[in-house]
Design a protein around this ligand. Structure first.
Ligand code: ADP
Ligand code: MG
Length: 242
């Protein structure tokens, strides 16, 4: 069985059908890039996988458990599937360490000592061992985003969903965040990444999903998607002259 099974998923906002029957199966350890124009439904798809949006039809199964719309189940799901956003959403009045400890102690009821041990280990993993006591405004954007990654990792997720996590960063800070993601991929983390970093997608991802108008328009290994885009829509998106 796949780790994440998305089957014929449909989602509308009012009369606007945003996801028009999405089917993707993601294997454990797979790194999947999701690309496509603004408005094609990429963020909505990630939010559905994480249970932040309900779906209108179809099914999503994560680690063998099908998503149900009840709150208790969705809370459980969000514990298992981490999500990282363009905006880092750190609490400004808490240190990096406290930010990484918070959801562990509040949501998972991890004892404080254990949560601190995990927080230190996760900050170390993203290269911020020395920043445990730093406040977000003392950190660069790249360091803040790495703290957000450490916070997600501290929950020991079975998969991480990343929604344009480098889009708010100054160009010189993008590579340090991508290096962390590259490390997670090498360690076998299952990753689904909405990204504009085509070189990264090409180098690191096992598969690329091209979304267009709420559908999976093309899907395949990066070599195929980037070197031999089959449809005019993907060719145009990639800026290929045809
Ligand atoms: P992408 O991430 O590919 O840019 P989104 O998934 O954010 O696309 O949005 C797809 C479509 O869904 C857009 O037309 C957007 O306006 C609409 N949409 C997204 N979220 C909401 C919402 N909460 N309420 C109403 N419309 C939404
Ligand atoms: Mg989006």
């Amino acid at each position: 069985m796949s780790l994440i099974e998305i089957n014929e998923v449909r989602k509308s906002f009012g009369t606007n059908e945003v996801l028009k029957g999405i089917t993707i199966a993601i294997e454990p350890g797979e790194v999947v890039a999701v690309i496509g124009k603004s408005g094609s439904g990429k963020s909505t798809l990630l939010r559905c996988i994480n249970g932040l949006e309900s779906i209108d039809a179809g099914s999503i199964t994560v680690a063998g458990a099908q998503l149900r719309p009840d709150e208790a189940h969705l809370r459980q799901l969000r514990l298992k599937v981490g999500m990282i956003f363009q905006q880092f959403n750190l609490f400004p009045h808490l240190t990096a360490g406290a930010n990484v400890m918070l959801s562990q102690t509040v949501v998972k009821k991890t004892p404080k000592g254990e949560a601190e041990r995990i927080a230190r280990a996760m900050l170390d993993r993203v290269g911020l061992a020395e920043k445990f006591d730093a406040y977000p405004d003392q950190l660069s954007g790249g360091q803040q985003q790495r703290t957000a990654i450490a916070r997600a990792l501290a929950m020991q997720p079975i998969a991480l969903l990343c929604d344009e996590i480098t889009s708010a960063l100054d160009p010189e800070l993008v590579s340090e965040v991508l290096a962390v993601v590259r490390g997670l991929a090498a360690d076998g983390m299952t990753l689904v990444m909405v990204t504009h970093e085509m070189k990264f997608a090409r180098d690191v991802c096992n598969r690329v999903v091209f979304m267009h108008q709420g559908r999976v328009h093309e899907i395949g290994p990066p070599d195929k998607i980037f070197a031999e885009p089959a449809t005019p829509e993907l060719q145009q998106f990639l800026g290929v002259q045809s």
